[in-house]
Design a protein around this ligand. Sequence first.
Ligand SMILES: *Cc1c(COP(=O)(O)O)cnc(C)c1O
Length: 428
Amino acid sequence: MNFENTLIFAQSLDQADPLREFRQDFLFPNQNGKPFIYLCGNSLGVQPKAAREVLNEQLNNWENLAVEGWFEGETPWMFYHKKLKKMMAPLVGASAAEVCPMNTLTVNLHLLMVSFYKPTSSRFKIIMEAGAFPSDQYAIESQVRFHGYDPSIAIIEVAAREGEYTLRTEDITSAIAENGNDIALVLFGGVNYFTGQWFDMDAITKAGHEVGAVVGFDLAHAAGNVPLKLHDWGVDFACWCSYKYQNSGPGGISGIFVHEKHFSDAKMNRFAGWWGYQEEQRFKMEKGFLPEAGADGWQVSCTQVMPMALYYAALQSFEKAGFMEPLREKSKSLTAYLFFVVNEVNKALGNEQYKIITPITEADRGAQVSIIAKQKGKEVFQELVANNVLGDWREPNVIRLSPVPLYNSFEDVFTMGALLLDISKRIL
Ligand SMILES: *Cc1c(COP(=O)(O)O)cnc(C)c1O
């Protein structure tokens, strides 16, 4: 499409957007009585209006039913997660049995590594992306140590080439092939938090399986952002948080995926707890752990009803929108428009003041655009915030902006661009 850098043009795209009404379903933070243009859904999604009501329902159940709420009421807490599983599955391309809401992300990453990182003296390495989100680095490092290996030997990081910001798929797959006999686990992000690069998950999964390794993904920045086909790709396991692109609130509940091919493996290690025990027999309180079938068997503690209620409220908008396909369609043009608008700012300034490091290729990115600000980045960012545009800042010089198809508009993107130009002219 030929974009134009005008308000009229942005508004015409909004007029033609079949998802334009969804914005009404969310609440935006204010500053000086004016709502923010919120471009930070990669970090924390805004509040769905339905959240308060759904949470209230459960507060009422707690008030009126107390302990009986586990089995009584419209949605007994004991089975509440089943409502979510149905809605989580299409977001990640899985069956309902393959997914389960529980815990928080890093905790789940650990629990899944207990099952899926099975090092032996000849095959103990983990291959991952360099510059992964720190929590993943720490989790992987500590798992390796827990098994008695030295992280500096056991962890292989695939890095971008000199002078490049993002990884080339061929470099990832050849690193997997070259180290094939040593690799126990391939563990990548779906979308990298810093650059916004969406990795070729299908190719990575194939490469990992070709050398006999297990393949898992951290989908913190991918789930709810880009369409996924975890089952069809044959991914072994994955987990995500729901508070970024899925709007379930700060510290919201995490989701896990375990491919059904692993369901029959009774010998698989796991850190068990009563909530992973066979549902029918759970309250017999007997000795000897028998896991519930499917992903539910990885649950450990009593299910978290309040965070699940918030996740349920958030998932309703995905369901109403028709899940990822329509959202991805809008996301592609919204993000392309953001690329365009930033490049227009550069043109007007006469230099590449704002260098986009997110891949320009549509298939290699989601909603996030990461921009290196060549001078005074922090000040520019603070001026954006002072003028009601909320993105986020990553040291030393990166501004991340994420136009989210559920609640951002083309006008949001245009207004951000106009402001960025204004600020740049004023302070650079
Ligand atoms: C946001 C994010 C996390 C955060 O983990 P929590 O356990 O929810 O705090 C972890 N990993 C990645 C890749 C992330 O983007």
